[in-house]
Write a new protein. Structure first.
Length: 93
């Protein structure tokens, strides 16, 4: 997957991607995840590449040729920390 590097990720976009994958019981089709997170496809590809480089998600190509994504244990932990941070800092009034 070749996408231009992501310099400053938007943590809310990262959180949306992590959350959607966290809610799934099985690896999710890449295009389905892109639509579910409401992110432009080119931007989405950059986030997936960045998150894959950070070992937050796993990209698999199934026998049918479709790419699917799932969270790694590190991705689960990152999601937990990010939600805690958002709740404590951003949403605190």
């Amino acid at each position: 997957m070749s996408a231009s590097p992501l310099e400053k990720p938007d943590l809310f976009v990262v959180a949306r991607i992590l959350e959607r994958l966290w809610r799934e019981d099985a690896p999710m089709l890449k295009t389905r995840l892109q639509v579910a997170t409401n992110v432009n496809y080119d931007v989405f590809r950059r986030y997936v590449s960045w998150m894959n480089d950070k070992q937050l998600l796993l990209l698999e190509t199934s026998d049918d040729g479709h790419e699917r994504l799932s969270l790694t244990p590190r991705g689960h932990e990152a999601y937990r920390h990010l939600v805690m941070w958002i709740n404590e800092v951003v949403r605190k009034q």
